[in-house]
Design a protein around this ligand. Sequence first.
Ligand SMILES: Cc1cc2nc3c(=O)[nH]c(=O)nc-3n(C[C@H](O)[C@H](O)[C@H](O)COP(=O)(O)OP(=O)(O)OC[C@H]3O[C@@H](n4cnc5c(N)ncnc54)[C@H](O)[C@@H]3O)c2cc1C
Length: 450
Amino acid sequence: MTVVQERRRSAARRRWWVDGLEASVWLVAATGIALMIASGGVSYASSAPDWWYACGRAFGIVAAVLMMAQVLLASRAPWVERAMGHDRAIATHTRLGKFAIVLLVIHLVIMTTVTATYDGRGVVQQVLAWPDYGWWMLAALVAATAFVVVLVTSLTAVRLRLPYERWHGVHLAVYIGVALAVPHQFLEGSTFRSGGLAWWFWAVLWMVSIGSFVVFRLLRPLLLHTRHRLEVESVTPHPDGSTTVTIHGRNLARLRARGGQFFLWRFLAPGLTWQAHPYSISAAAGERLRITAKASGDGSAALRHVSPGTRVMVEGPLGIFTHAHRTRESLLLVAAGIGITPVRAMLEEAAPGEDITVVVRARSRDEAPLLDEVEALAAERDVALHVIVGPRGDTWGSRAHPASITDFAPHPGETDVYICGPRAWAREVEADAAAAGVASDAIHREEFGW
Ligand SMILES: Cc1cc2nc3c(=O)[nH]c(=O)nc-3n(C[C@H](O)[C@H](O)[C@H](O)COP(=O)(O)OP(=O)(O)OC[C@H]3O[C@@H](n4cnc5c(N)ncnc54)[C@H](O)[C@@H]3O)c2cc1C
Protein backbone atom coordinates (compact mmCIF):
# COMPACT_ATOMS: atom_id res chain seq x y z
CA MET A 1 0.00 0.00 0.00
CA THR A 2 1.34 3.47 -0.89
CA VAL A 3 1.80 6.20 1.69
CA VAL A 4 -1.13 8.14 0.22
CA GLN A 5 -3.43 5.10 0.35
CA GLU A 6 -2.43 4.55 3.98
CA ARG A 7 -3.12 8.23 4.77
CA ARG A 8 -6.55 8.07 3.15
CA ARG A 9 -7.35 4.88 5.03
CA SER A 10 -6.52 6.43 8.38
CA ALA A 11 -8.51 9.57 7.47
CA ALA A 12 -11.49 7.34 6.63
CA ARG A 13 -11.05 5.45 9.94
CA ARG A 14 -11.03 8.76 11.84
CA ARG A 15 -14.19 9.90 10.03
CA TRP A 16 -15.93 6.63 10.94
CA TRP A 17 -14.83 7.02 14.54
CA VAL A 18 -16.12 10.62 14.72
CA ASP A 19 -19.44 9.72 13.01
CA GLY A 20 -19.70 6.72 15.35
CA LEU A 21 -19.13 8.92 18.42
CA GLU A 22 -21.78 11.41 17.28
CA ALA A 23 -24.27 8.67 16.38
CA SER A 24 -23.71 6.89 19.70
CA VAL A 25 -24.86 10.02 21.60
CA TRP A 26 -28.28 9.79 19.94
CA LEU A 27 -28.35 6.00 20.27
CA VAL A 28 -27.69 6.30 24.00
CA ALA A 29 -30.45 8.94 24.29
CA ALA A 30 -32.88 6.64 22.43
CA THR A 31 -31.91 3.73 24.71
CA GLY A 32 -32.48 5.93 27.77
CA ILE A 33 -36.01 6.76 26.60
CA ALA A 34 -36.66 3.10 25.70
CA LEU A 35 -35.63 2.09 29.24
CA MET A 36 -37.96 4.73 30.66
CA ILE A 37 -40.87 3.37 28.60
CA ALA A 38 -39.95 -0.23 29.47
CA SER A 39 -40.05 0.60 33.17
CA GLY A 40 -43.66 1.83 32.84
CA GLY A 41 -42.78 5.44 32.00
CA VAL A 42 -45.92 6.02 29.89
CA SER A 43 -48.21 3.14 30.87
CA TYR A 44 -49.96 5.24 33.51
CA ALA A 45 -50.61 8.14 31.11
CA SER A 46 -54.34 8.70 30.73
CA SER A 47 -54.68 12.49 30.84
CA ALA A 48 -52.94 15.49 29.29
CA PRO A 49 -50.83 16.23 32.43
CA ASP A 50 -49.68 12.58 32.47
CA TRP A 51 -48.46 12.85 28.90
CA TRP A 52 -46.73 16.14 29.67
CA TYR A 53 -45.10 14.48 32.66
CA ALA A 54 -43.76 11.64 30.48
CA CYS A 55 -42.47 14.21 27.93
CA GLY A 56 -40.80 16.16 30.74
CA ARG A 57 -38.95 13.01 31.80
CA ALA A 58 -37.91 12.31 28.20
CA PHE A 59 -36.50 15.86 27.92
CA GLY A 60 -34.56 15.26 31.13
CA ILE A 61 -33.15 11.99 29.80
CA VAL A 62 -31.96 13.51 26.50
CA ALA A 63 -30.49 16.48 28.38
CA ALA A 64 -28.62 14.14 30.74
CA VAL A 65 -27.13 12.22 27.79
CA LEU A 66 -26.05 15.48 26.12
CA MET A 67 -24.50 16.63 29.41
CA MET A 68 -22.49 13.41 29.59
CA ALA A 69 -21.35 13.86 26.00
CA GLN A 70 -20.40 17.41 26.85
CA VAL A 71 -18.31 16.37 29.84
CA LEU A 72 -16.65 13.66 27.74
CA LEU A 73 -15.85 16.06 24.88
CA ALA A 74 -14.19 18.48 27.30
CA SER A 75 -12.36 15.71 29.16
CA ARG A 76 -9.39 15.72 26.75
CA ALA A 77 -9.60 11.92 26.62
CA PRO A 78 -7.01 10.90 24.00
CA TRP A 79 -9.49 8.77 22.04
CA VAL A 80 -11.74 11.81 21.58
CA GLU A 81 -8.90 14.28 20.89
CA ARG A 82 -7.10 12.07 18.35
CA ALA A 83 -10.21 11.39 16.32
CA MET A 84 -11.93 14.77 16.43
CA GLY A 85 -9.16 17.21 17.21
CA HIS A 86 -9.41 19.71 20.04
CA ASP A 87 -11.14 22.44 17.97
CA ARG A 88 -13.93 20.19 16.80
CA ALA A 89 -14.34 18.52 20.19
CA ILE A 90 -14.71 21.92 21.86
CA ALA A 91 -17.01 23.27 19.12
CA THR A 92 -19.27 20.20 19.50
CA HIS A 93 -19.08 20.55 23.30
CA THR A 94 -20.27 24.17 23.01
CA ARG A 95 -23.09 23.33 20.59
CA LEU A 96 -24.35 20.32 22.57
CA GLY A 97 -23.94 22.20 25.85
CA LYS A 98 -26.26 25.03 24.84
CA PHE A 99 -28.82 22.54 23.54
CA ALA A 100 -28.56 20.42 26.73
CA ILE A 101 -29.17 23.43 28.97
CA VAL A 102 -32.24 24.49 26.96
CA LEU A 103 -33.61 20.92 27.28
CA LEU A 104 -32.89 20.95 31.02
CA VAL A 105 -34.82 24.18 31.45
CA ILE A 106 -37.76 22.68 29.49
CA HIS A 107 -37.54 19.57 31.72
CA LEU A 108 -37.63 21.74 34.86
CA VAL A 109 -40.54 23.87 33.60
CA ILE A 110 -42.65 20.85 32.62
CA MET A 111 -41.93 18.84 35.77
CA THR A 112 -42.67 21.86 37.99
CA THR A 113 -45.88 22.83 36.18
CA VAL A 114 -47.29 19.30 36.02
CA THR A 115 -46.39 18.45 39.64
CA ALA A 116 -47.99 21.74 40.72
CA THR A 117 -51.14 20.71 38.81
CA TYR A 118 -51.19 17.25 40.42
CA ASP A 119 -50.72 18.70 43.92
CA GLY A 120 -53.06 21.68 43.44
CA ARG A 121 -50.32 24.28 44.06
CA GLY A 122 -49.10 27.35 42.21
CA VAL A 123 -45.91 27.06 40.14
CA VAL A 124 -43.92 29.33 42.48
CA GLN A 125 -45.09 27.34 45.51
CA GLN A 126 -44.00 24.17 43.74
CA VAL A 127 -40.51 25.58 43.13
CA LEU A 128 -40.29 26.46 46.83
CA ALA A 129 -41.59 22.99 47.73
CA TRP A 130 -38.98 21.05 45.70
CA PRO A 131 -36.36 21.03 48.51
CA ASP A 132 -38.92 19.29 50.78
CA TYR A 133 -38.65 16.24 48.48
CA GLY A 134 -35.03 15.76 49.59
CA TRP A 135 -31.61 17.45 49.52
CA TRP A 136 -31.08 16.15 45.99
CA MET A 137 -33.93 18.32 44.68
CA LEU A 138 -32.39 21.41 46.29
CA ALA A 139 -29.07 20.41 44.68
CA ALA A 140 -30.86 20.03 41.32
CA LEU A 141 -32.34 23.54 41.64
CA VAL A 142 -28.90 25.00 42.38
CA ALA A 143 -27.58 23.05 39.35
CA ALA A 144 -30.33 24.48 37.11
CA THR A 145 -29.40 28.02 38.23
CA ALA A 146 -25.70 27.33 37.49
CA PHE A 147 -26.59 26.00 34.02
CA VAL A 148 -28.64 29.08 33.17
CA VAL A 149 -25.79 31.41 34.28
CA VAL A 150 -23.35 29.42 32.11
CA LEU A 151 -25.76 29.52 29.16
CA VAL A 152 -26.19 33.29 29.40
CA THR A 153 -22.43 33.96 29.73
CA SER A 154 -21.76 31.63 26.78
CA LEU A 155 -24.01 33.58 24.41
CA THR A 156 -21.58 35.12 21.92
CA ALA A 157 -22.69 38.69 22.61
CA VAL A 158 -22.03 38.32 26.36
CA ARG A 159 -18.93 36.10 26.06
CA LEU A 160 -17.03 38.53 23.87
CA ARG A 161 -17.39 41.25 26.53
CA LEU A 162 -15.83 39.12 29.27
CA PRO A 163 -12.09 38.53 29.77
CA TYR A 164 -11.33 34.87 28.94
CA GLU A 165 -10.35 33.94 32.51
CA ARG A 166 -13.56 35.39 33.99
CA TRP A 167 -15.69 33.61 31.39
CA HIS A 168 -13.80 30.35 31.96
CA GLY A 169 -14.18 30.67 35.76
CA VAL A 170 -17.97 31.01 35.40
CA HIS A 171 -18.00 28.25 32.81
CA LEU A 172 -16.51 25.77 35.31
CA ALA A 173 -19.83 26.05 37.19
CA VAL A 174 -21.24 23.67 34.59
CA TYR A 175 -19.20 20.83 36.10
CA ILE A 176 -20.39 21.70 39.60
CA GLY A 177 -23.91 21.79 38.12
CA VAL A 178 -23.49 18.30 36.65
CA ALA A 179 -22.25 16.95 40.00
CA LEU A 180 -25.26 18.53 41.76
CA ALA A 181 -27.80 17.35 39.17
CA VAL A 182 -26.81 13.68 39.02
CA PRO A 183 -28.10 12.63 42.50
CA HIS A 184 -31.71 13.71 41.74
CA GLN A 185 -31.69 11.40 38.70
CA PHE A 186 -30.94 8.40 40.87
CA LEU A 187 -32.93 9.38 43.97
CA GLU A 188 -36.01 11.03 42.41
CA GLY A 189 -36.31 9.63 38.86
CA SER A 190 -38.44 6.48 39.02
CA THR A 191 -36.53 4.79 36.13
CA PHE A 192 -33.34 5.03 38.14
CA ARG A 193 -34.86 4.23 41.51
CA SER A 194 -36.20 0.98 40.11
CA GLY A 195 -32.65 -0.43 39.93
CA GLY A 196 -31.79 -3.20 37.47
CA LEU A 197 -30.68 -2.56 33.90
CA ALA A 198 -31.65 1.13 33.78
CA TRP A 199 -29.74 1.89 36.96
CA TRP A 200 -26.57 0.21 35.64
CA PHE A 201 -26.99 1.83 32.23
CA TRP A 202 -26.93 5.32 33.76
CA ALA A 203 -24.36 4.55 36.41
CA VAL A 204 -21.86 3.23 33.83
CA LEU A 205 -22.45 6.20 31.50
CA TRP A 206 -21.86 8.72 34.27
CA MET A 207 -18.81 6.82 35.49
CA VAL A 208 -17.28 6.88 31.98
CA SER A 209 -17.91 10.58 31.37
CA ILE A 210 -17.08 11.94 34.85
CA GLY A 211 -14.26 9.38 35.20
CA SER A 212 -12.68 10.55 31.90
CA PHE A 213 -12.88 14.13 33.09
CA VAL A 214 -11.23 13.37 36.44
CA VAL A 215 -8.54 11.18 34.87
CA PHE A 216 -7.58 13.37 31.92
CA ARG A 217 -8.28 16.89 33.20
CA LEU A 218 -7.16 16.49 36.80
CA LEU A 219 -4.99 13.42 37.37
CA ARG A 220 -3.05 13.32 34.09
CA PRO A 221 -1.63 16.88 34.40
CA LEU A 222 -0.44 15.96 37.90
CA LEU A 223 1.11 12.76 36.57
CA LEU A 224 2.87 14.64 33.76
CA HIS A 225 4.06 17.20 36.30
CA THR A 226 5.75 14.60 38.48
CA ARG A 227 6.94 12.43 35.61
CA HIS A 228 8.48 15.13 33.38
CA ARG A 229 9.38 17.89 35.86
CA LEU A 230 9.04 20.61 33.24
CA GLU A 231 10.91 23.82 33.98
CA VAL A 232 11.62 27.03 32.08
CA GLU A 233 15.16 26.97 30.73
CA SER A 234 15.32 30.29 28.92
CA VAL A 235 13.12 33.21 27.88
CA THR A 236 13.95 35.21 24.74
CA PRO A 237 11.98 38.35 23.87
CA HIS A 238 11.86 39.19 20.12
CA PRO A 239 11.82 42.68 18.57
CA ASP A 240 8.28 42.11 17.14
CA GLY A 241 6.96 41.75 20.75
CA SER A 242 6.69 37.96 20.78
CA THR A 243 8.56 35.80 23.29
CA THR A 244 10.17 32.40 22.92
CA VAL A 245 10.20 30.20 26.01
CA THR A 246 12.29 27.03 26.08
CA ILE A 247 11.20 24.41 28.58
CA HIS A 248 13.24 21.41 29.56
CA GLY A 249 12.24 18.26 31.36
CA ARG A 250 12.76 14.52 31.71
CA ASN A 251 11.70 11.73 29.35
CA LEU A 252 9.96 14.13 26.99
CA ALA A 253 9.90 11.49 24.23
CA ARG A 254 7.18 9.77 26.30
CA LEU A 255 4.90 12.76 25.68
CA ARG A 256 4.90 11.77 21.99
CA ALA A 257 4.30 15.39 20.94
CA ARG A 258 4.19 15.96 17.17
CA GLY A 259 5.13 19.15 15.34
CA GLY A 260 1.93 21.21 14.91
CA GLN A 261 0.40 20.08 18.22
CA PHE A 262 -0.09 22.28 21.23
CA PHE A 263 -0.21 22.02 25.00
CA LEU A 264 -2.16 23.97 27.59
CA TRP A 265 0.65 25.59 29.56
CA ARG A 266 0.42 26.67 33.18
CA PHE A 267 3.46 28.57 34.42
CA LEU A 268 3.74 28.26 38.20
CA ALA A 269 4.77 31.89 38.66
CA PRO A 270 3.03 34.70 40.58
CA GLY A 271 -0.03 35.89 38.63
CA LEU A 272 0.15 33.03 36.12
CA THR A 273 -0.52 29.92 38.21
CA TRP A 274 -4.31 30.10 37.84
CA GLN A 275 -4.36 30.48 34.07
CA ALA A 276 -3.55 27.82 31.47
CA HIS A 277 -3.08 28.97 27.88
CA PRO A 278 -2.79 27.00 24.66
CA TYR A 279 0.47 27.50 22.75
CA SER A 280 1.71 25.40 19.84
CA ILE A 281 5.11 23.80 20.04
CA SER A 282 7.38 25.93 17.86
CA ALA A 283 10.21 23.39 18.19
CA ALA A 284 10.83 20.14 20.00
CA ALA A 285 14.15 18.39 20.34
CA GLY A 286 15.49 15.89 22.86
CA GLU A 287 14.53 16.93 26.37
CA ARG A 288 13.30 20.39 25.30
CA LEU A 289 10.03 21.90 24.12
CA ARG A 290 9.74 25.44 22.86
CA ILE A 291 6.87 27.87 22.41
CA THR A 292 6.74 31.31 20.81
CA ALA A 293 3.95 33.59 21.96
CA LYS A 294 2.68 36.92 20.72
CA ALA A 295 1.58 39.36 23.45
CA SER A 296 -2.20 39.29 22.90
CA GLY A 297 -3.27 39.98 26.48
CA ASP A 298 -2.09 39.83 30.11
CA GLY A 299 -1.09 36.16 30.19
CA SER A 300 0.93 36.07 26.97
CA ALA A 301 2.53 39.49 27.67
CA ALA A 302 3.69 38.25 31.10
CA LEU A 303 5.66 35.39 29.55
CA ARG A 304 8.68 37.60 28.90
CA HIS A 305 8.97 38.18 32.67
CA VAL A 306 8.93 34.48 33.61
CA SER A 307 12.22 33.46 35.21
CA PRO A 308 14.30 30.44 34.24
CA GLY A 309 13.67 27.67 36.76
CA THR A 310 9.88 28.33 36.89
CA ARG A 311 8.00 25.02 37.04
CA VAL A 312 5.45 24.38 34.30
CA MET A 313 2.36 22.15 34.21
CA VAL A 314 0.94 20.97 30.90
CA GLU A 315 -2.10 19.28 29.45
CA GLY A 316 -1.57 17.60 26.14
CA PRO A 317 -0.25 17.13 23.56
CA LEU A 318 -3.46 18.14 21.80
CA GLY A 319 -4.53 18.87 18.25
CA ILE A 320 -4.52 17.16 14.87
CA PHE A 321 -2.63 19.81 12.88
CA THR A 322 0.16 17.28 12.17
CA HIS A 323 1.75 15.23 9.40
CA ALA A 324 -0.14 12.21 10.78
CA HIS A 325 -3.41 13.76 9.57
CA ARG A 326 -2.34 14.30 5.97
CA THR A 327 -4.44 12.66 3.30
CA ARG A 328 -2.66 13.55 0.04
CA GLU A 329 0.77 13.39 -1.61
CA SER A 330 1.76 17.08 -1.62
CA LEU A 331 1.75 19.51 1.26
CA LEU A 332 1.16 23.26 1.30
CA LEU A 333 1.74 25.04 4.62
CA VAL A 334 0.28 28.56 4.81
CA ALA A 335 0.94 30.74 7.84
CA ALA A 336 0.40 34.35 8.86
CA GLY A 337 1.73 36.21 11.89
CA ILE A 338 2.15 34.07 15.00
CA GLY A 339 0.43 31.24 13.09
CA ILE A 340 3.94 30.41 11.94
CA THR A 341 4.64 28.44 15.15
CA PRO A 342 2.99 25.09 14.29
CA VAL A 343 4.06 25.45 10.64
CA ARG A 344 7.69 25.83 11.68
CA ALA A 345 7.47 22.72 13.86
CA MET A 346 5.81 20.73 11.04
CA LEU A 347 8.49 21.84 8.58
CA GLU A 348 11.16 20.63 10.97
CA GLU A 349 9.52 17.19 11.05
CA ALA A 350 9.14 16.89 7.27
CA ALA A 351 10.77 13.85 5.69
CA PRO A 352 13.51 14.63 3.15
CA GLY A 353 12.46 14.73 -0.51
CA GLU A 354 8.77 15.40 0.18
CA ASP A 355 6.77 17.73 -2.08
CA ILE A 356 6.26 20.61 0.35
CA THR A 357 5.64 24.32 -0.22
CA VAL A 358 5.50 26.94 2.52
CA VAL A 359 3.85 30.36 2.25
CA VAL A 360 4.41 32.93 5.00
CA ARG A 361 2.30 36.08 5.07
CA ALA A 362 3.34 39.06 7.24
CA ARG A 363 2.91 42.81 7.36
CA SER A 364 6.69 43.22 7.23
CA ARG A 365 9.72 41.01 7.73
CA ASP A 366 10.31 42.63 11.14
CA GLU A 367 6.82 41.53 12.21
CA ALA A 368 7.31 37.93 11.12
CA PRO A 369 8.43 35.90 14.13
CA LEU A 370 10.64 32.86 13.47
CA LEU A 371 10.94 33.71 9.76
CA ASP A 372 14.73 33.32 9.84
CA GLU A 373 14.33 29.81 11.28
CA VAL A 374 11.74 28.86 8.65
CA GLU A 375 14.05 30.13 5.91
CA ALA A 376 16.95 28.07 7.27
CA LEU A 377 14.80 24.91 7.57
CA ALA A 378 13.36 25.38 4.06
CA ALA A 379 16.86 25.79 2.58
CA GLU A 380 18.11 22.73 4.49
CA ARG A 381 15.19 20.57 3.28
CA ASP A 382 15.02 21.99 -0.24
CA VAL A 383 11.46 23.19 0.36
CA ALA A 384 9.96 26.01 -1.73
CA LEU A 385 9.31 29.02 0.51
CA HIS A 386 7.29 32.12 -0.49
CA VAL A 387 7.27 35.12 1.82
CA ILE A 388 4.53 37.65 1.09
CA VAL A 389 4.95 40.92 2.97
CA GLY A 390 3.12 44.24 2.78
CA PRO A 391 -0.27 45.75 3.53
CA ARG A 392 -3.53 43.90 2.85
CA GLY A 393 -5.02 43.81 -0.63
CA ASP A 394 -8.07 42.11 -2.12
CA THR A 395 -6.81 38.57 -1.56
CA TRP A 396 -5.15 36.80 1.37
CA GLY A 397 -1.82 37.93 -0.13
CA SER A 398 -0.58 41.51 0.04
CA ARG A 399 -1.66 44.51 -2.05
CA ALA A 400 1.50 44.22 -4.15
CA HIS A 401 1.41 40.42 -4.31
CA PRO A 402 -2.14 39.05 -4.63
CA ALA A 403 -2.18 35.37 -3.75
CA SER A 404 -4.16 32.35 -4.86
CA ILE A 405 -3.80 28.73 -3.73
CA THR A 406 -3.28 27.64 -7.34
CA ASP A 407 -0.06 29.75 -7.44
CA PHE A 408 1.45 27.39 -4.87
CA ALA A 409 -0.41 24.10 -5.40
CA PRO A 410 -0.40 23.17 -9.10
CA HIS A 411 -2.40 19.98 -8.30
CA PRO A 412 -4.95 21.14 -5.68
CA GLY A 413 -6.78 17.79 -5.72
CA GLU A 414 -3.57 16.06 -4.62
CA THR A 415 -2.52 18.57 -1.98
CA ASP A 416 -3.13 18.91 1.75
CA VAL A 417 -3.37 22.57 2.76
CA TYR A 418 -2.52 23.46 6.39
CA ILE A 419 -3.55 26.99 7.39
CA CYS A 420 -2.73 28.86 10.58
CA GLY A 421 -3.15 32.58 11.18
CA PRO A 422 -5.71 35.23 12.18
CA ARG A 423 -9.26 33.89 11.92
CA ALA A 424 -10.60 36.09 9.09
CA TRP A 425 -7.45 35.65 7.01
CA ALA A 426 -7.43 31.87 7.58
CA ARG A 427 -11.06 31.65 6.46
CA GLU A 428 -10.17 33.48 3.24
CA VAL A 429 -7.35 31.02 2.54
CA GLU A 430 -9.66 28.11 3.33
CA ALA A 431 -12.35 29.40 0.94
CA ASP A 432 -9.73 29.92 -1.77
CA ALA A 433 -8.41 26.36 -1.26
CA ALA A 434 -11.92 24.89 -1.48
CA ALA A 435 -12.66 26.92 -4.63
CA ALA A 436 -9.38 25.74 -6.17
CA GLY A 437 -10.45 22.11 -5.73
CA VAL A 438 -8.65 21.08 -2.53
CA ALA A 439 -10.76 18.32 -0.94
CA SER A 440 -12.51 19.20 2.33
CA ASP A 441 -10.64 16.45 4.23
CA ALA A 442 -7.35 17.89 2.92
CA ILE A 443 -7.93 21.37 4.37
CA HIS A 444 -6.60 21.67 7.93
CA ARG A 445 -7.07 24.91 9.82
CA GLU A 446 -5.77 25.68 13.32
CA GLU A 447 -7.53 28.50 15.13
CA PHE A 448 -5.69 30.43 17.79
CA GLY A 449 -8.90 31.42 19.57
CA TRP A 450 -11.98 30.01 21.31
C1 LIG B 1 -4.72 25.66 19.63
C2 LIG B 1 -4.11 27.01 19.93
C3 LIG B 1 -2.75 27.20 19.74
C4 LIG B 1 -2.19 28.45 20.00
N1 LIG B 1 -0.86 28.64 19.76
C5 LIG B 1 -0.32 29.87 19.96
C6 LIG B 1 1.07 30.11 19.70
O1 LIG B 1 1.82 29.21 19.32
N2 LIG B 1 1.53 31.37 19.88
C7 LIG B 1 0.72 32.40 20.31
O2 LIG B 1 1.18 33.52 20.44
N3 LIG B 1 -0.60 32.19 20.55
C8 LIG B 1 -1.13 30.96 20.41
N4 LIG B 1 -2.46 30.76 20.67
C9 LIG B 1 -3.25 31.90 21.17
C10 LIG B 1 -3.00 32.06 22.68
O3 LIG B 1 -3.50 30.93 23.36
C11 LIG B 1 -3.72 33.30 23.19
O4 LIG B 1 -3.19 34.41 22.54
C12 LIG B 1 -3.46 33.44 24.67
O5 LIG B 1 -4.12 32.41 25.37
C13 LIG B 1 -3.96 34.80 25.10
O6 LIG B 1 -4.02 34.86 26.53
P1 LIG B 1 -3.82 36.25 27.27
O7 LIG B 1 -4.02 36.06 28.72
O8 LIG B 1 -2.54 36.87 26.84
O9 LIG B 1 -4.95 37.14 26.64
P2 LIG B 1 -6.47 37.31 27.03
O10 LIG B 1 -6.75 38.76 27.05
O11 LIG B 1 -6.83 36.47 28.24
O12 LIG B 1 -7.10 36.68 25.77
C14 LIG B 1 -6.93 37.20 24.48
C15 LIG B 1 -7.64 36.23 23.55
O13 LIG B 1 -6.92 34.98 23.53
C16 LIG B 1 -7.81 33.88 23.54
N5 LIG B 1 -7.55 33.03 24.72
C17 LIG B 1 -7.13 33.42 25.93
N6 LIG B 1 -6.96 32.37 26.75
C18 LIG B 1 -7.31 31.29 26.02
C19 LIG B 1 -7.39 29.89 26.33
N7 LIG B 1 -7.05 29.39 27.53
N8 LIG B 1 -7.82 29.07 25.35
C20 LIG B 1 -8.14 29.54 24.14
N9 LIG B 1 -8.08 30.83 23.80
C21 LIG B 1 -7.68 31.71 24.73
C22 LIG B 1 -9.19 34.44 23.54
O14 LIG B 1 -9.64 34.48 22.19
C23 LIG B 1 -9.04 35.85 24.02
O15 LIG B 1 -10.00 36.68 23.48
C24 LIG B 1 -3.00 29.52 20.46
C25 LIG B 1 -4.36 29.30 20.68
C26 LIG B 1 -4.92 28.06 20.44
C27 LIG B 1 -6.39 27.84 20.69
